[in-house]
Design a protein around this ligand. Structure first.
Ligand SMILES: Cc1cc2nc3c(=O)[nH]c(=O)nc-3n(C[C@H](O)[C@H](O)[C@H](O)COP(=O)(O)OP(=O)(O)OC[C@H]3O[C@@H](n4cnc5c(N)ncnc54)[C@H](O)[C@@H]3O)c2cc1C
Length: 260
């Protein structure tokens, strides 16, 4: 159940230009892959919290990991929090990725800062015996690659500038691998054009597809409606924070801007 807690920043380290790896020690919170926390930028609640996905959690020891980009004012304040500082959080939020099915063959596709939540998903799928192939795309500076490789999943990397791995984005790379219906399920997180492409490829290979959508949000709990996403269902607009952030890709309406 979601609740506020005051955690202690255990570690907050730069791991790539503008990207930080933060571990927060706090009381036990039962989170699962695909869920997120609202983190208060200056540590306290003077500013609106920012949504950041769990990259991992060690509930037994009350340790929660977040990997994030210092993208603007709020996340730059998060990046400035030194170990030992208190940080207020509201968690766990959102629905998370669905449970795995026995013998699942999963393709996990991530782009840029959509990659961190997929590390926990990959770990949990690999640990449950699923056959997992991971496709990760970055502009130029890959993150978390060693940890993805340690899960035992097959990991393929692409960069927009061709400096490492496949030259192009994660969807192009995935399409190269996905001629045959070798996957039952596709999971994706990253920029909307990447999610739309992943959904299209999944449909072609007749795989189920779940995408984690990162809309701008203010409250994180379904009260303010500012993170509405357009869906095909009867309820035309659904809340990314409370109904998502993970949606069955078939439910979503991909606007023109998403088909990049
Ligand atoms: C459910 C969810 C999970 C997320 N998980 C992560 C994560 O694990 N790691 C991570 O680095 N980021 C994640 N984000 C994005 C992160 O919340 C935003 O980058 C952050 O809120 C920006 O706040 P700011 O004050 O630093 O920047 P602002 O000054 O508010 O914005 C700076 C730039 O970031 C863009 N931006 C703002 N909000 C978002 C958003 N929601 N998605 C994409 N771009 C945005 C703005 O358009 C602007 O270009 C997640 C977002 C959501 C909704």
């Amino acid at each position: 159940m979601k609740r506020y807690f005051d955690g202690i920043v255990h570690r907050n380290k730069r791991i790539a230009p503008g990207v930080f790896d933060m571990t927060v020690a706090g009381e036990a919170v039962a989170a699962r892959p695909g869920q997120f926390a609202m983190l208060y930028p200056g540590g306290d609640s003077r500013l609106l919290p920012r949504p950041i996905s769990f990259c991992g959690a060690d509930e037994k020891n009350g340790l929660y990991r977040f990997v994030y980009q210092a993208a603007g004012g709020g996340t730059t304040l998060l990046a400035a929090l030194e170990p030992g500082r208190t940080i207020r959080a509201l968690a766990p939020l959102g629905n998370g990725f669905p449970e795995t099915r026995p013998g699942e063959r999963a393709a996990i596709i991530g782009g840029g800062l959509g990659v961190p939540p997929l590390l926990w998903l990959t770990r949990s799928r690999a640990a449950s015996g699923a056959e997992v192939s991971v496709f990760l795309g970055f502009r130029s500076d890959p993150i978390l690659l060693r940890e993805f490789a340690e899960t035992g999943a097959g990991v393929s990397v692409s960069t927009d500038d061709g400096s490492m791995g496949f030259h192009g984005n994660a969807a192009d790379m995935f399409e190269n691998f996905a001629d045959e219906p070798a996957f039952d399920t596709v999971y994706a997180c990253g920029p909307k054009p990447l999610l739309a492409r992943a959904a299209g490829i999944a449909e072609k290979i007749r795989a189920a597809c779940y995408v984690s959508v990162e809309e701008r949000m203010a409250c994180g709990v379904g009260a303010c409606y500012c993170c509405a996403v357009e869906t095909r269902g009867e309820t035309k607009y659904r809340k990314c924070c409370a109904d998502g952030p993970v949606f069955d890709a078939k439910e979503l309406v991909w606007g023109a801007g998403a088909v990049g």
